[in-house]
Write a protein of this length. Structure first.
Length: 139
């Protein structure tokens, strides 16, 4: 297939690892930073195992992008009352699906673009906690 496939594979697997680390560690602000750093390092290591320095770079970039995007999504779920165990299981299943999709030629590139775009869109649409209900309360 060529280098474009292995680079996309490393990018997709790095994105999946980023989502996994964000799901496991995003319950605290320090955990969010740790998730991004660990995802970048692990994605780079997996990329290097796939082939050479281009895959190392793609895996690291995918890990950072996947973790940064997933941290936004997971922290929003925590703010709305999600539990640690439930979110970790859901995000782990999502990460496994993302890793499986990365095997499809070209899908790794799509994952690395789509997940951050989803996070930006969700971040823009998140309102404060039930702002409309406060207007109904009479003091």
């Amino acid at each position: 297939m060529g280098d474009w496939y292995t680079i996309g594979l490393a990018l997709g697997v790095g994105t999946a690892l980023g989502a996994l680390f964000a799901g496991l560690l995003s319950s605290t602000p320090a955990g969010r930073v740790a998730a991004i750093v660990l995802a970048g390092a692990t994605g780079a290591a997996v990329g290097y195992l796939i082939d050479d320095w281009t895959e190392l770079l793609a895996g690291g970039i995918g890990g950072v992008l996947g973790a940064a995007a997933s941290v936004v999504i997971v922290s929003g779920a925590f703010r709305r009352g999600g539990t640690r165990t439930g979110l970790a299981l859901i995000v782990a299943a999502l990460a496994a699906g993302l890793a499986g999709l990365a095997l499809i030629p070209g899908a790794g590139y799509l994952e690395a673009v789509a997940l951050p775009l989803l996070a930006v869109r969700l971040r823009r649409t998140q309102a404060d906690r039930y702002a409309g209900l406060r207007s109904l309360a009479r003091d």
